[in-house]
Design a protein around this ligand. Structure first.
Ligand code: ATP
Ligand code: MG
Ligand code: MG
Length: 350
């Protein structure tokens, strides 16, 4: 049977490995850390750094196709792999999604709305950006941010200096604050032959910059749902995408505004494990393996709750509820660390 190579050994890599195994594939992860969530379930683990091109070459030679669970893979590492095996989703997608500035320009070019934005490399840029965009606004590092890290709110121009200091010299982007009523995401998949399948949009609530809950169905009109799904399809088609993508959206009176895209399975898609016949992990494996996509139809309403840090201490109680528990096998429950999630099925799909 074929072997799927996965860059990254976190919980997403773990759940991808489980899905791949169910389809009869073997998995091989590439991950510098030794004991990591995916290492407990993958068949093989290349434990090496992304600068170790020899290890990368051996990894690529040992698998049939390479995918990834995080978007910040060094370009040189991708070059080494791509000379040997296909990388799905493709390089273009990574180039777009690794940099918030490039990503927003790409989305605007496609005709999709984003927050107003400006590049900020220094104090002069920031002053100009604030004059143009106004406050409140958010300064974000262009690269490497996740779970709300690398972000600083600017409530008034007086906050500019401190916000810039938070960027620690990294290239940044100022985003106008979007006055949204709520946040939703579309988990969309595109197969090797171009077919697109979107899961129903989920409604997301964040706590301390980290996703807390996803609820399906989301509070959206039929028109908003169609809009969300169509714009996601537009992004995937434009990128000639293969795999699953998370598209984060703000719902506003002016319509849907794209916050960001994630070229991988997404935390806000974990509800699909217990709400759909084929979940986002199987869908991603099907796509990157060149299989037809599965039926992503939602059969149940679900509330997904992340277990962050100490939340995981509640497992004995949660276990009594009968809800579906997904744990990542992480040893220490540090604050802000995603330890697992619970999918509470709240009824048949409506
Ligand atoms: P993720 O873990 O989803 O990758 P991230 O670190 O990339 O998170 P963002 O998605 O950019 O961060 O922002 C985190 C949250 O902060 C958003 O889901 C939203 O609630 C809020 N937020 C971000 N940008 C804006 C904005 N321009 N206007 C209003 N709220 C925003
Ligand atoms: Mg992000
Ligand atoms: Mg986000």
């Amino acid at each position: 049977g074929a072997t799927i190579g996965i860059l990254g050994g976190g919980q997403l890599g773990r759940m991808l490995s489980v899905a791949a195994s169910r389809l009869g594939f073997k998995t091989c992860i590439f991950e510098p850390a030794g004991d990591c969530p995916a290492s407990h379930v993958a068949n093989y683990h290349f434990q090496a750094s992304y600068d170790d091109h020899d290890a990368l070459r051996k990894f690529a030679e040992s698998v049939d196709v390479v995918t990834y669970e995080f978007e910040n893979i060094p370009t040189e590492a991708l070059d080494v792999i791509e000379a040997i095996k296909p990388i799905r989703p493709n390089r273009k997608t990574l180039a777009v999604s690794q940099d918030r500035l490039v990503e927003k320009a790409f989305l605007n070019e496609l005709g999709l709305k984003t927050a107003p934005f400006a590049a900020v490399d220094d104090a002069t840029d920031l002053a100009e950006a604030i004059a143009e965009i106004g406050t409140p606004a958010i300064l974000k590092t262009r690269r490497f941010g996740y779970d709300g890290k690398g972000q600083a709110r600017i409530m008034s121009p007086d906050d500019a200096e401190a916000a810039l200091a938070d960027m620690a010299g990294a290239p940044a982007i100022l985003e106008g604050f979007v006055d949204f009523s709520h946040e939703v995401s579309v988990i969309a998949a595109r197969g090797l032959t171009g077919e697109v399948c979107c899961f129903d949009p989920g409604e997301n609530v964040h706590k301390n910059g980290i996703l807390d809950t996803t609820t399906v169905p989301a509070n959206l009109t039929g028109m908003q749902t169609a809009d969300a799904v169509l714009l996601a399809g537009k992004i995937l088609n434009k990128l000639d995408y293969v795999g699953v993508m998370g598209v984060e959206l703000f719902v506003t009176r002016q319509g849907l505004i794209v916050n960001e895209i994630a070229p991988r399975v997404h935390n806000s898609g974990h509800w699909t494990q217990n709400g759909c016949t084929v979940d986002q992990f199987e869908q991603h494996i099907r796509a990157v393996a060149g299989w037809p996509l599965g039926d992503g139809k939602r059969h149940s309403n679900v509330v997904m709750e992340n277990l962050i840090g100490d939340d995981v201490d509640g497992i004995p109680e949660i276990a009594k509820s009968g809800d579906a528990i997904h744990l990542y096998g992480k040893a220490d429950a540090k604050p802000g660390r995603k330890m697992g999630h619970v999918n509470r099925v709240t009824g048949p799909a409506n």
